[in-house]
Design a protein around this ligand. Structure first.
Ligand code: DSN
Length: 424
């Protein structure tokens, strides 16, 4: 019997699609040669990347371990059980759902589990550092529910707990969201829990940005304080692009049903495996050191930026991110972010609290240390980086200076290999 010849459709990417191959090679170079400061980004653990492209992608598994709608789950059930058990051990929760496709679907599942359209919900407004899915008017969370938004104080830009308590007493929301995407201070989940208890709301903590810090002991844990905890798995946690929901057992049935069959079809099994790996690695002392270093680096970068005359929202940071207010520099955030990118420093422009500019052309830039710390950079590198950012903000049109800095950034990056990114 002759061996069947392989289909030309099964050729490797380099032969099959050189255009796409070139784009991936270019993206590898970008992630290798530039300083990545978007606080929601990171370098996934190489082992996570390994499973992301594995044969686990090929399997359909609608349902949950032991209760699937397809046969052939001998291995997938074990993968999902491993991920769940490891998250329970890591975060100390009673149950975990690892099937949400990412953070927004995880949050939507919580709405679906607890609310009917028209119910009142409360969350931190986007311009104060919250997330679209916490009740913003353009999101389904603000369109299908009565969303009440709280903010930060005008004087110190920290969460205004007097306002949270007053609004919660007035509106008695079904869900009270405690979560951030552009808030540089520790979230006081105890205070949120107290308010939620008083008014009978379900407290939902969205720890997407900080789940790695929580796992590594560098931020107060919402588990045990909030009934429900949602998170992405690819930010400070360094797992795959995915989502998870942690909860007490009492909510297991409602949340599991809301995720499947309520919102989603088959789980992405390769992602589930990646979550299992990240949860295992997060128990290591090296990861605790990483989480602590992310915060130390952010504090050092913040001090350097203040020394360079850049105003910071709240005056500094307790976590992995920094929000710079460039109003006094008379440089729009977008202009600064684009100039920084040309200098090899990648961040995003961002609104600052009470911004007088529009969200697509705001007054600030948002910086974070998770990716640089994953490369092994420390406080000396953060101080250099603060100097470069100060130079760029002072002269965003000085192309000669931007090129000089881009060269220096590349030299620095050469000394700190990017995890999971092939060397040049
Ligand atoms: N897009 C994420 C961030 O950058 O913070 C939040 O979903």
């Amino acid at each position: 019997m002759s061996t069947p010849s392989p289909s030309p459709l099964d050729a490797p990417l380099s032969e099959l699609d050189p255009d796409l191959g070139r784009l991936i090679t270019q993206e590898e170079a970008r992630q290798r040669d530039k300083l990545r400061l978007v606080p929601s980004e990171n370098y996934a653990f190489p082992a996570v990347q390994e499973v992301a492209g594995s044969v686990l992608n090929n399997k359909y598994s609608e349902g949950y371990a032991g209760r699937r709608y397809y046969e052939g789950q001998q291995n997938i059930d074990e993968v999902e059980r491993l991920a769940i058990e490891r998250l329970k051990t890591l975060f100390g929760c009673e149950h975990a759902n690892v099937q949400p496709y990412s953070g927004s679907p995880a949050n939507l599942a919580v709405y679906f589990a607890f609310c009917s359209p028209g119910d009142t919900v409360m969350g931190l407004s986007l311009d104060a550092g919250g997330h679209l899915t916490h009740g913003h008017k353009v999101s389904i969370s603000g369109k299908y529910f009565e969303a009440v938004q709280y903010g930060v104080t005008r004087d110190d830009h920290r969460i205004d707990f007097d306002q949270v308590a007053a609004l919660a007493r007035e509106h008695k929301p079904k869900l009270l969201w405690a979560g951030i995407t552009a808030y540089p201070r520790e979230v006081d989940f105890d205070r949120f829990a107290e308010i939620a208890r008083e008014v009978g709301s379900v407290l939902v903590a969205d720890m997407s940005h900080i789940s790695g810090l929580v796992a590594g002991g560098a931020h107060m844990s919402p588990v045990g304080r909030a009934e429900i905890v949602t998170s992405t798995t690819h930010k400070t946690f360094r797992g795959p692009r995915g989502g998870m929901i942690l909860m007490d057992k009492v909510h297991k049935k409602a949340i599991d049903r809301a995720v499947f069959p309520g919102l989603q079809g088959g789980p992405h099994n390769a992602t589930t495996a990646g979550i299992a790996i990240a949860a295992k690695l997060a128990t290591r002392d090296t990861f605790k050191d990483y989480a602590a270093a992310v915060v130390t680096n952010a504090k050092t970068l913040a001090e350097g930026l203040l020394s360079a005359g850049i105003d910071l929202v709240t005056g500094g940071t307790d976590n992995h991110l920094i929000l710079c207010d460039l109003t006094s520099k008379d440089v729009p955030g977008k202009v600064a972010a684009q100039a920084l990118d040309r200098a090899g420093i990648v961040c995003n422009y961002n609104s600052v609290p009470f911004d007088t500019r529009k969200p697509f052309d705001p007054s600030g830039i948002r910086l974070g240390t998770p990716a640089m710390t994953a490369r092994g950079m420390g406080t000396a590198e953060m101080t250099r980086l603060a100097g470069w950012i100060g130079e760029v903000v002072a002269a965003p049109d000085d192309e000669a200076q931007l090129s000089r800095i881009a060269g220096e950034v590349k030299d620095l990056c050469d000394q700190f290999p990017a995890p999971g990114v092939p060397s040049a």
